[in-house]
Write a protein that binds this ligand. Sequence first.
Ligand code: F6R
Length: 619
Amino acid sequence: MCGIVGYIGDQQAYPILIRGLHRLEYRGYDSAGVSLISEKGDLNIYKAKGKVAALEESCKSQDLTGTIGIAHTRWATHGEPNQVNAHPHYSESRNLALVHNGIIENYKSLRTQLEEYGMTFASETDTEVLVQLIEYVKKDHNCDLFTAVQLALNYVVGAYAIAILEKDHPDQLVCARKGSPLVIGVSKKADGRTEFFLGSDATPIVEYTNQVVYLQDGEIAIMDRTGRLEIVDLKSTPQTPKMATLQLNLDQIEKGGFPHFMLKEIWEQPNALRNCIRGRINPANKDIILTGVLDHKERFLNCRRIIICACGTSWHSALIGKYFIEEACQIPVEVEYASEFRYRNPVILPDDIVIAVSQSGETADTLAAIELAKEKGAFLYGICNVIGSSIPRATDSGTYLHVGPEIGVASTKAFTGQVITLSMLGLAIAKVRKSLSDEMYHMLVEELYKIPDKMQWTLENNKDIDKFAERFTYCKNFLYLGRGYNYPVALEGALKLKEISYIHAEGYPAAEMKHGPIALVDAEMPVVVIAPKRGMYDKIVSNIQEIKSRGGKIISVVTEGDVTVKGMSDYTFTIPDTRDCYVPLLAVIPLQLLSYYVAVTKGCNVDQPRNLAKSVTVE
Ligand code: F6R
């Protein structure tokens, strides 16, 4: 939600900032803006409604000089997405410019107070309150910007990552974070010069340096052209910057010849999952080693309940994880919408384990849910993709997905990465608790190891989805049905379709259809049924009959070699045979491709669907 970029050094800042904004556009694209201290010494702000390209267009005739600047791409929360509400925001004197990611919860009372002191506001945003507050405190205390930010943030309730420029001090850049991510890139040249880069994540930084400092919650930093990087906390206590080396390269964040990130990420899944299981599954002895579990063996041995908190697609993978862990470990597992969990007074027992599943590791609701669980004494385990993000830092243990950066707003490889990680987790816990026979354990590990190859087969054998996607672009509704492990796949298929093609879609457990949704079925209604030749095959065949007899169009996902369901279907996608518990990893692939091609055929922007953003850092 909102992307921040910043730069101070000896290069022209504008091109660096614009490139950075393009990389962060997945975080929001309601408006974009940039602020530069020009060679003449002016503090300029340029902004435009819409995407970064609109900003570039509108800036063409402006003074774009300057070797220090900040920039922002917005996902609107307070105030409609227009030019006035776009960031950066000036302070009243126009001596400060600020960009912000997050939500200031007490902005109304702060604004009222500042208005009482005579300050006037140009926008409806909570962000403008921040920059005005900092200016007020700076004048009131007659202090420098770094000190003013430290003092001002003590009055602020809410989440923020901010970066601030000061017209009279073009040699320094100040930033701070609490609840929203911020990374500082440090590039030291052989001749002693230092450049600093700022980003909401590392993607705007990676092409310049691999040396970064992840700013921690409640930290405020100042960078200047002499190479000074000073960090303090909200009590002004100095903190030592912890330098880390980025595990990211440029290829991973570019489209690599694909028309969209989403399609690239769908096709990356076999390799992404190979990376995910590498070093964790040993095919020779059919064993799983998850250090996150081994380091806390006693916890997993004594645990009597697992609660998984997540949102959206991650919630769907959590549901598959529940089925797997309950079956393999015989531990009760509850799956919670983090947004609901955090505002209840949930019962958390001392031997509970709370797992957070999140691609970004920054989702505000998931983070708040685990903070609540921590307060209540739970052991926290994180399953995240973004290394160094907030959730892994807040948890006691965990497993990274290692599927590489996911840039398309619709989650694909992170979903399958989460499912395979939850399966490995289930197997690792089962081993600790001896809840599976050795034979079953080794067989499940061996089959899991084969999944990336089976995914590759699935991709190669469903290439022609693009050819018939066109027939569905005019549909108003879709139903997705699955049973057991495939019910969450139905939910995920429906979510993928609606979020990128804007076609209404619902996922249901197939047997629930008779309790209401079947009333919707007519000749216009495509019904996608996940019908592998496994477990409840006969029951799903009956469900298909019921839909057919009401004239519905059947799109099925079947096991290679199946003729029965194929014969009953209008369209069929084929997947290789695998254990019930692993079918979701294969069955979701044709559903991802279907939603992708329907959306592309409809002319939708699949990588940046309307109203959405990749990383939901506000509640
Ligand atoms: C849908 C999608 C979202 C995310 C959700 C949680 O394609 O990507 O539903 O799954 O916003 O995000 P993370 O996993 O980053 O916590």
